[in-house]
Design a protein around this ligand. Structure first.
Ligand code: URA
Length: 210
């Protein structure tokens, strides 16, 4: 991927996102739409993966057919909202390895603190796709990618649903080598760090918590 940010403007993605943003969309619909949209975004975030060929037999004759090259890719969910994106992406890439990064915000220092970290082995040889629906301040995304790089990851892409300009700028400054794929770039963050117009708290909406 050459662009730092890929904005996926496909009509199916945009239509589903509009439904997700609406206040009166139920938890069940929100979850289903997120699953569908994440598969469309997975298609974009895996664009340009290195390919090789494998000798296969069709019923008519042998051929050298294209397959994805290299080790199985790693999907890393940034808890907890990342899990909503993870499920759909995994349906499209069922052989992917899966990791989880858990971070909470220290209310005094306002910095992200790690509480869970479990990722696949040989991260340095895999494409790592970190998933988190909301790129807001960028603090937790930057911290999660710091941890992934410390664990050896060299080839990382970041997949989200909505991004704020502030979060994109923060990611570009801290991790210019990590391309971002998003379905929308919204206007700004409010004083509580929510994306405006956004869709509210993605975790609460997908899990039905408040
Ligand atoms: N996280 C969310 O769930 N929503 C936002 O708007 C920002 C961060």
């Amino acid at each position: 991927m050459t662009e730092h940010v890929t904005h996926v403007t496909h009509p199916l993605v945009q239509h589903k996102l509009t439904l997700m943003r609406q206040t009166d969309t139920s938890t069940a619909s929100f979850r289903q739409l997120l699953r569908e949209i994440s598969q469309l975004l997975a298609y974009e975030v895996t664009r340009g993966l290195p390919m090789t060929t494998r000798r296969i037999n069709t019923p008519l004759e042998p051929m050298d057919a294209p397959v994805i090259d290299g080790k199985k890719l790693a999907l890393v969910s940034i808890l907890r909202a990342g899990n909503g994106l993870l499920d759909g992406v995994l349906e499209l890439i069922p052989s992917a390895r899966v990791g989880f990064v858990g971070l909470y915000r220290d209310e005094e220092t306002l910095t992200p603190v790690q509480y869970y970290f479990k990722v696949p082995t040989e991260l340095e040889d895999r494409l790592v796709i970190a998933v988190d629906p909301m790129l807001a301040t960028g603090n937790s995304s930057v911290a999660a990618i710091d941890l992934l790089k410390k664990a050896g990851a060299k080839n990382i892409r970041f997949l989200c649903l909505l991004a704020a300009p502030e979060g994109i700028a923060r990611m570009k400054e801290a991790h210019p080598d990590v391309p971002i794929v998003t379905a929308a770039i919204d206007s700004h963050l409010n004083e509580n760090g929510y994306i405006v117009p956004g869709l509210g708290d993605a975790g609460d909406r997908m899990f039905g918590t408040k």
